[in-house]
Design a protein around this ligand. Structure first.
Ligand code: ADE
Length: 224
């Protein structure tokens, strides 16, 4: 079973949206599990401090290596085979291929960083893999962790139910998805393309392929 453990200063943010819809149903059905642990439980002193000023000076605060390591060590059994991720805009770009790999494995451990960053030594010392969900800066790793988990969980067999497992979706084919239409046949003067209405499945397939290629060429030449 895919088991997710999330270390965060805001455990109330989980399961959040993953408690609803397909992911939420699957969580209730036991197709995956989610444990959110509060890093602050391992904070220091009366104030349960988790951060300190950066060595060398500068703005912001840095999450302490000892606190985060204590949180990780208490969350994991020795020999836990799951990859340990830390969400960070400087991480390796997350993409569908990675989602497929992690979804097929035992699950993931995800550290959600806040502040300016995390003491580099805990990243090295605990073998954390830095992962980014895109070239923009969020105010913490939680939303990034939710995105990664959502992308993985929907690939777990049984989660999507009757909905197709996604072979036709964007990225699974290496192309962006073709345009979709449904009733009514005409809406605000816009008609559904004729080819989709005449029942010629070969022609429909060809049209969809060409549209997917056109969209990919226009919008994501890097994928094409
Ligand atoms: N934390 C802040 N910004 C992030 C991003 N773009 N990806 C992953 N984690 C982050």
């Amino acid at each position: 079973m895919f088991a997710a453990t999330v270390l965060t200063l805001f455990p109330e943010m989980f399961p959040g949206p993953l408690g609803l819809s397909l992911a939420g149903d699957a969580l209730e059905r036991g197709l995956w599990s989610l444990e959110a642990r509060d890093i602050r439980e391992h904070g220091l002193g009366r104030h349960r401090t988790v951060d300190d000023t950066p060595a060398g000076g500068g703005p912001g605060m840095v999450m302490r290596a000892d606190v985060l390591a204590a949180s990780l060590d208490s969350a994991l059994e020795p020999g836990d085979p799951r990859p340990r991720l830390i969400m960070s805009p400087r991480g390796r770009p997350f993409a569908q291929r990675q989602a497929r790999q992690w979804a097929a494995g035992p699950g993931v451990v995800i550290v959600c960083a806040r502040f300016e960053g995390v003491d580099e030594r805990v990243i090295e010392g605990r073998g954390l893999i830095e992962v980014s969900i895109g070239d923009y800066v969020l105010s913490g790793g939680e939303i990034a962790a939710l995105a990664v988990l959502d992308a993985c969980v929907r690939l777990i067999p049984g989660v999507m139910g009757k909905i197709e497992s996604g072979e036709q979706e964007s990225f699974e084919s290496g192309l962006l998805e073709y345009p979709h239409y449904t009733r009514p046949r005409e809406w605000e003067g816009r008609a559904i393309p004729d080819v989709l209405l005449n029942g010629d499945h070969k022609a429909i397939e060809k049209w969809r392929r060409e549209e997917a290629e056109r969209l990919t060429r226009e919008r994501r030449p890097d994928l094409f």
